[in-house]
Design a protein around this ligand. Structure first.
Ligand code: ADP
Ligand code: ADP
Length: 233
């Protein structure tokens, strides 16, 4: 489903100081799996997730989604392929001047989908995340957990195969975190979406992930089922 094949990423061009942020990453995430990548600050987690959604181009290696090599695509094919990847963020990244409805509608508006289709889809998504009664509110009127649920609804608007979560619960308190993780389980179970999350929160990985990779200094130092990695011998 999602395969990272020997990904290297070096920052710094020409005479700039070079930083090798990723040093040969190999990962395989199966369809419908929740896969966690955990590591300390500076381990390379953000670089890794940015290489999957191609906000950052790996220096070498392959990113394969359902067997399609993203780095070999034309710009047009890549735009289409990126719709298959949804993303949510630590700070939610909602537009403050737009309503909840407009925020969730944004990816569809950008694709010039018909108004009626957008309305139906956004209503369905807001109902899925339990916020249909908030569609005319603005982000500042919502709690952190509600904002992240809006973020999840927006990420699902283009019917992605994969949902990337970048420290998605790190700004939330424990109870709210639990509610967001429940929603992510529902995304996996009911929609069959594959989830890749990066976090420094071990409890989140333990709680929700099927498999985990431990990233340190740009390398994966351990990888496997959460039960094996986090169970004391
Ligand atoms: P994490 O998300 O785990 O904190 P990052 O992927 O942000 O790790 O960073 C990994 C390494 O790459 C760090 O040494 C960081 O300083 C470096 N790095 C990240 N982004 C850049 C960049 N745009 N330019 C230069 N170095 C960077
Ligand atoms: P930047 O702010 O660094 O220019 P981009 O232009 O790449 O970032 O992205 C703008 C916004 O689009 C991001 O802040 C984020 O909300 C959203 N976004 C980026 N990548 C994705 C993705 N793969 N899926 C969904 N939304 C994305």
């Amino acid at each position: 489903m999602l395969v990272l094949d020997d990904i290297h990423k070096v920052y710094g061009k020409g005479k700039e100081k070079k930083v090798e942020a990723l040093k040969g990453i190999n990962l395989r995430v199966e369809k419908g799996e929740i896969f966690g990548v955990v590591g300390y600050s500076g381990a390379g987690k953000s670089t890794l997730i940015r290489c999957v959604n191609l906000l950052e181009r790996p220096t070498s290696g392959k990113v394969l989604i359902n067997g399609v090599d993203l780095l070999a695509l034309s710009p047009k094919e890549l735009r289409n392929q990126r719709k298959k990847i949804g993303m949510i963020f630590q700070q939610f990244n909602l537009l403050q001047s737009k309503t909840i409805f407009q925020n969730v509608a944004m990816p569809l508006v950008l694709e010039h989908r018909p108004k009626e289709e957008i309305k139906a889809k956004v209503t369905e998504l807001l109902s899925f995340v339990g916020l249909e009664d908030r569609m005319n509110h603005y982000p500042e009127q919502l709690s952190g957990g509600q904002k992240q649920r809006v973020g999840i609804a927006r990420a699902l608007a283009t019917d992605p195969d994969i949902l990337l979560c970048d420290e998605a619960t790190s700004a939330l308190d424990p109870n709210t975190t639990e509610a967001v993780l429940d929603l992510l389980r529902k995304v996996r179970d009911e929609l069959g979406i594959t989830i890749l999350m990066i976090t420094h929160e071990m409890n989140v990985i333990r709680d929700v992930c099927d498999k985990v990779a431990v990233l340190d200094g740009g390398k994966i130092v351990e990888q496997g089922p959460v039960i094996d990695i986090f169970t004391e011998p």
